[in-house]
Each structure stands twice: as structure tokens, then as C-alpha cells.
Design a protein around this ligand. Sequence first.
Ligand code: ACO
Length: 391
Amino acid sequence: MRPFFVDTLEQVLPRMNMTEQNTRGLAGVVAAETGLSFIDGAEGRLWYRGFDVHALAKHASYLESVYLLWYDALPAAIELSAFEGTLARQRALPPAVLDALRCLPADAAPMAALRTAVSALGQVDPEADDISHEADLRKAGRLVAQLPTIVATFDRFRRDLDLVDPDPELDHAANFLYMLSGTRPSETAARALDTSWLLYLEHGLNASTFTTRVVASTLADMHSAITAGISALKGPLHGGANEKAMEMLLEIGTAGSVPSFVDTALEQKQKIMGFGHRVYRTEDPRATHLRRMAEELSLEAGDSRWYDVSRRLEVEMFERKGLHCNVDFYCATVYYSLGLAIDLFTPLFAVGRTAGWAAHVMEQHMHNKLIRPRAEYTGELDRPWVPIDRR
Ligand code: ACO
């Protein structure tokens, strides 16, 4: 018998075929293959299925881009209208999910309500555990159709208002605004929301998408993966930043107060929400469109206050830290200009991103390999066992 011995980590690691490389936050690590999107962080460019996001934001609708992502082809007019029609007919929520939403406290965070409702949808979905590609596509369609209804339903429950039934005549974004407010939105408002969803649709292996792929890689189902994606999106370093950015703009108040706000924040080593990015080293191409939309909506409303504060902050951050704003920064002003409650901003990011997460779940299910990295162990080995009465 070998005597009791103590190994050092240096002895153990080679036996376990482990390298000691550790990239904090997996920065720069390539952890999956994807045909869905490509980001050129140095040049500030983004493509969905090979199509430049600038061209899509200019010419395409959100659902047209979802079709592109899921079927790897731009839809013909007849295909797009069939796709939109199928989704429009699936907007209503099952009674069990309505009950679950009704039971939540009115002060629950809408992002938490969304997480709960998507999980509940998985409980009643007839194909919940079928992970064939065909079933995944159908479930993805139902989720994209139903997520806006969840957000509008929860918001109306908490405001003690009657629910507004989805209107199949209205397109995806216009219908959401209608269910939320009870009135038909202007074309500008619906278009702005639709484009924001298009810009939020897909963005490589960000934290929430990586999360959905890890869940899918265990061969868990679509609803489990999307629920996990929502959880990862919630934090302020990711999707939660659009809400925090708006709270910060309100706190700053006027363009003239920006320099002193930045002085204090940087002095206290605080992060300015909506700035910086793990991949982009130049302008985030999505921010270009959101900045333009924020300006247009401000001009239309005849009140450029929040756009002016945002613009001043953007200039200040670039001059002082060389940092560009990301997708969440101007989205805050866009959503605020649309009169949306601030705590709906991140749920609306999730509404747009769900189709992207679903595309990754399908890609993972089709070419699966369990995602299971290693951690760099920093503790001790072979500590002597001490019986409980002698500790
Ligand atoms: N405000 C102030 N300083 C910043 C900011 C910021 N928003 N972002 C980065 N920096 C600074 C850091 O302090 C750090 O400086 P140092 O090297 O002097 O310490 C340097 O830039 C690198 O920052 P990290 O946080 O290490 O960069 P990382 O790639 O890990 O983080 C992240 C990227 C999380 C987006 C970061 O920029 C951040 O926290 N931004 C604010 C939150 C935000 O807007 N999140 C939304 C991102 S987009 C999205 O998820 C959809």
C-alpha cells in the first residue's frame, strides 16, 4: 500500500491533463462555433447571418430578421407574411400562466416576473421536453409570440387595469404597445420599438447567450434555456444596464451637470452605465441607430432634454476615458421617449433577444457537445481529516 502522501498542485495538474491557463471572465476565449452572427470589435461591425446590421436596421423588420436567423435566408414576401401570421395567432397566454402572473406581488420586478412566466410556459407547453429541431422551432415561435404578452400582462396587472387582448391585425411591436397602453401607437413609436428589438436580437456569445447554450448543451429543453438566459440578462453589467443608464440620466438632470457627475463617479471608481464593452473597441454599431432614433423621438416630442444629457455624457466619457457607449445607453432614451416604465426596459431587451437565444439553443441542440470547462483550483489538497468531536 502506498503511504499517506500530499501532492502539490504542480504534481496533480499534469496528471489531470489540465493547463494552468486561466482567462478571467473568459475574455477572448472562443467557446463555440456559430453561423448566427459575427462581431468585428475593432471595426465596430456586426453581421446577422452575413447581413450587415446597418442594412437590416435600415430595411428589415424585427420578425424578418428573426426569420433570417432561424432559417438562414431572407424570407420572400409570402413566407414573411405566413411567419408573422403564425406568430400573431399564438400571442395569447395559457390560463395557468395568466394565473401565475396574477399571483405575483405588484411590486415584483418585471424581469423576475418574466423569468417566472417563461418557466411557467414550459410547464404547460405540449412539446416541452421534445428537443427535435422541428419542436424547437415551434417552441421558439410560441415564445417570441408570447413574451411581449407576458410583459404587457404583468404591467397591466400591477397597475390594476383590465387586460387588453392581442390584436392580430397589428404587427409585433405595435401590438405590444397596444396591449400595454390600450391605444394604438403611432407608426414612429412602433417602428422605433421594432428596430430596437432588431438591434437586440443577436450578439454572439454574450453572458446570457452563453448561459442558454450551456443549458442547451446538457440537452435540457428550450424553456429551461430561455429562463436561464433571462436570469443572466438581468444583471446591470449586461441587459440591466439600460434601466441603470436611464436612472443615471434622471439623476444627472441637465447637460450642464454632466461634467461634475462624471468627476465624482470616476473619482469613486464607479462604472458609468451604458459605456464600455467586452468586444467593441470602437462605436457599437447598434448604438449608431439608437442614437439617431433617440434624437428623432426627442425632436418629435419637442423635448430634447434627455437626448442632450446623453450626448454630453457620451462626449465627456470619450474625452476622459476613451470609452464608447454601448447598445443599452441610447436605448434608455429611446424607451423613455416612448413613455415606457423604466423597469420594463430590460424585459424589453429580453423580448428582442429571445429569438437570438432560441437560435443558439437550436444550433447547440443540432451540433451538441456538452459545455463543461474547468476551474483553476486555488485551494489546498489533502487536508487531514479531523473527527467532529476534535474540531
Ligand atoms: N465606466 C467607467 N469605467 C469603465 C466602464 C464604465 N462603464 N467600463 C469599463 N471601464 C473601465 C474599467 O474601470 C477598467 O478600467 P481600469 O483598467 O482602469 O480598471 C477598464 O475600463 C476595463 O473595464 P472592465 O470592466 O474590466 O471591462 P470588461 O470587458 O470586463 O467589462 C463591461 C465590460 C462589463 C460592459 C463594462 O464596460 C461595464 O461594466 N460597463 C457598464 C455596464 C454596461 O453598460 N453593461 C452593458 C454592456 S452591453 C450588454 O451587455 C448588452
